[in-house]
Design a protein around this ligand. Structure first.
Ligand code: NDP
Ligand code: 2IT
Length: 449
């Protein structure tokens, strides 16, 4: 319940108007939790209807994606691009391919992206897109035909100064390559319109690593600032085993921590003695669908199970949820706390439910929201855009060092902002307010648009 009646009313309207969009409503409610601290200090927020405007995407594009599978059958999926805010730069954000994809999920992701991109300090607006296409079990040729069919419509809505898509869950280098090829063909231009590209056609070194590495740089700042320590000797639980999770595991190990678990949609593996990170990489490269069974075969002594949520019963110091939204509910949050976890940094977007976040904040578990702690991926996407515009490519070390600086700055910005509002460890509030301020100022300056 907010102190401000204005926010209460607005939230009620959102809940009524978008009743079926539970993920989007959670993202808005979490954001309003922070706006409650700001609204009295910034009267122009109400005067200029900033919140009423900021929660509505500037444009939503929905389209049919017909494609032909390997047996010759015509299949149809739905494609989306949610162009949320161009207040501080061209729309920027990933494309998600997963059978669960719907407008609620893409609106929540697009909304979060607006503030995340602002926090990076780079000139990028917020957007998100994707399709309910399920890449699992599809051949390479099917994925290619699907990507081409998607881009046959999407190309007319994007561009290097308009909207720059990238990867997300279910979309990695392969899919970006196919989408880029089709975009290039249809527009007869070679531009940096997509990021996460292959190195031979304008991609940036360290983009695959960026989200996971950036997460660890951010979490390292949290450990240093709040606990006067670092990753050395810490037990770190990482969920998922995709792009974000695997590079987070690699960096945790490099920084001296022990990864004690990982998961996927089929279950989890936990081992207090340490996960064999090299084996996880090996298994992912071979066949993503056989990671758990392949791991247990090589290390039969580990704890394992078919419910991914059970990973949160594993004792740890730090949890890095890196799989998907809503993977930690209140019960999981309590399990984490009772098993010794004192810090949670989100690698995925919104992996923690609102009740879980409130529980962490009220029970001394330091919490970092994804829009701050996973911003490394889009930050390096921003660096890829800069390299493309300059027709240059920077070394791995150069990009990694810029990524590190950006993550340290995001942490400082969130921490300082939270401190200013008297809630030093509330990084969610710090991230929301710090991310919002730049977008708010731009919206005021640009008039009603
Ligand atoms: P990937 O597709 O590479 O990997 C996703 C992983 O999560 C897979 O291991 C998948 O398992 C697992 N997973 C999905 N749903 C569940 C679930 N309910 N329980 C347990 N595991 C699950 O995606 P990314 O690593 O790119 O993305 C992961 C998260 O990070 C998403 O929330 C994304 O939005 C966010 N993110 C991604 C960025 C990026 O640059 N890629 C940047 C910032 C955030 P399986 O293989 O069985 O499907
Ligand atoms: O959620 C995210 O920040 C991403 N999926 C990365 C987006 C991007 O444009 O690199």
């Amino acid at each position: 319940m907010y102190r401000s009646a204005y926010l209460n009313n607005l939230l009620s309207e959102v809940k009524e108007k978008y009743a079926g969009q539970k993920e989007f409503i959670q993202a808005v409610e979490e954001f309003f939790d922070s706006m409650d601290f700001l609204i009295d200090k910034e009267p122009k927020i109400v005067e200029y209807s900033i919140l009423e405007r900021i929660i509505v995407p500037e444009r939503i594009i929905t389209f049919r994606i017909p494609w032909v599978d390997d047996s010759g059958k015509i299949r149809v999926n739905t494609g989306y691009r949610v162009q949320f805010s161009s207040a501080i730069g061209p729309y920027k954000g990933g494309m998600r391919f997963d059978k669960s994809v719907n407008l609620s999920i893409l609106k929540f992701l697009g909304f979060e992206q607006v503030f995340k991109n602002s926090l990076t300090g780079l000139p990028m607006g917020g957007g998100k897109g994707g399709s309910d296409f399920d890449p699992k079990g599809k051949s390479d040729a099917e994925v290619m035909r699907f990507c081409q069919a998607l881009m046959s419509e999407l190309y007319r809505h994007i561009g290097p100064d308009t909207d720059v898509p990238a990867g997300d869950l279910g979309v990695g280098g392969r899919e970006i390559g196919y989408m880029f090829g089709q975009y290039k063909k249809l527009t007869n231009t070679f531009t940096g319109t997509l990021t996460g590209k292959g190195l031979s056609f304008g991609g940036s070194l360290a983009r695959p690593e960026a989200t996971g590495y950036g997460l660890c740089y951010f979490a390292g700042e949290m450990l240093k600032t709040f606990k006067n320590t670092d990753f050395k000797g810490k037990k770190v639980l990482v969920s998922g085993s995709g792009n974000v999770a695997t590079y987070a595991m690699k960096k945790v190990r490099e920084l001296g921590g022990t990864v004690v678990g990982f998961s996927n949609t089929q279950g989890y593996v936990a081992d207090p003695n340490g996960i064999d990170v090299d084996l996880v990489f090996e298994l992912v490269a071979k066949d993503k669908r056989k990671i758990i069974s392949g791991y247990v075969e090589k290390h039969p002594g580990v704890k394992t199970g078919s419910c991914p949520r059970d990973i949160w019963k594993t004792p740890c110091d730090v949890a890095l949820p890196c799989a998907t939204q809503s993977e930690i509910n209140l019960e999981n949050a309590k399990e984490l706390k009772s098993n010794g976890c004192y810090m949670v940094a989100e690698g995925a977007n919104m992996p923690c439910d609102l009740e879980a976040i409130r529980f962490f904040n009220e029970n001394g578990v330091i919490f970092a929201p994804g829009k701050a702690s996973n911003a490394g991926g889009v930050a390096v996407s921003g660096l890829e855009m800069s390299q493309n515009s300059q027709r240059l490519s920077w070394s791995f070390e150069e990009v990694d060092s810029k990524l590190h600086d950006i993550m340290v700055n995001i942490f400082k910005n969130c921490h300082e902002t939270a401190k200013k509002f008297g809630v030093e460890t509330n990084l969610a509030l710090g991230a929301n307010i710090a991310g919002f301020m730049k977008v708010y100022e731009a919206m005021l300056a640009q008039g009603v648009c």
